[in-house]
Design a protein around this ligand. Structure first.
Ligand SMILES: [Fe+2]
Ligand SMILES: [Fe+2]
Length: 183
């Protein structure tokens, strides 16, 4: 039987796959090759919007419920909530720089690489932290009623990338993900 935390972890795995794709393009940029800017933009657009609308609101409820069981988790929860703002800002900054590069504005390569690396490090660290720290606590404390509340945090939202109906703009990215899975 699948547990509620399985779906949560599966979303983290999806985000991690996107970060891997993004990372590969950053490596190409670092090597002086021409990365697939469109693909990078699609990854960032997705990561800036979809988790913001669905994943994070559900986590907000799960975190709040966890605190009801254990107030000592306050510093941990506030750290993860702060990280949501940090990864959002890091993605925005990386996207702005990549758009500037694409628009032929002068941007130092180091600045672009630093912004992309910062995003990758923060995001991966955030996912790893939630997987190792938050999910086991949620599995231990949250009741079916809590999980219902987590589910109700967001009205049924279709995932434009990993869902059954892939949004036109994410078609290439989805194909890349599936090709990678087949390897
Ligand atoms: Fe999170
Ligand atoms: Fe998360």
């Amino acid at each position: 039987m699948s547990r509620p935390t399985d779906a949560w972890r599966a979303e983290h795995d999806s985000f991690a796959r996107l970060l891997d794709i993004f990372s590969r393009e950053v490596d190409r940029f670092h090597a002086g090759e021409h990365p697939d800017y469109e693909l990078m933009r699609d990854v960032l657009t997705y990561l800036r919007h979809f988790p913001e609308r669905t994943h994070h609101p559900r986590e907000d409820v799960a975190f709040a419920r966890l605190l009801q069981y254990d107030r000592s988790l306050e510093p941990v929860v506030s750290r993860f909530l702060q990280e949501h703002r940090v990864i959002g800002e890091a993605a925005r900054a990386a996207q702005a720089l990549l758009e500037a590069v694409e628009g032929d504005e002068f941007v130092a390569r180091e600045e672009v690489e630093a912004a992309c690396a910062t995003l990758l490090v923060y995001y991966r660290h955030h996912l790893a932290g939630e997987n190792s720290l938050v999910l086991p606590l949620a599995a231990k404390h949250l009741t079916p009623a809590d999980w219902d509340a987590v589910g109700r945090a967001v009205s049924a939202a279709t995932d434009p990338l990993f869902g059954d109906q892939v949004d036109e703009r994410y078609r290439e990215l989805r194909e890349r993900i599936e090709a990678k899975a087949r390897r």
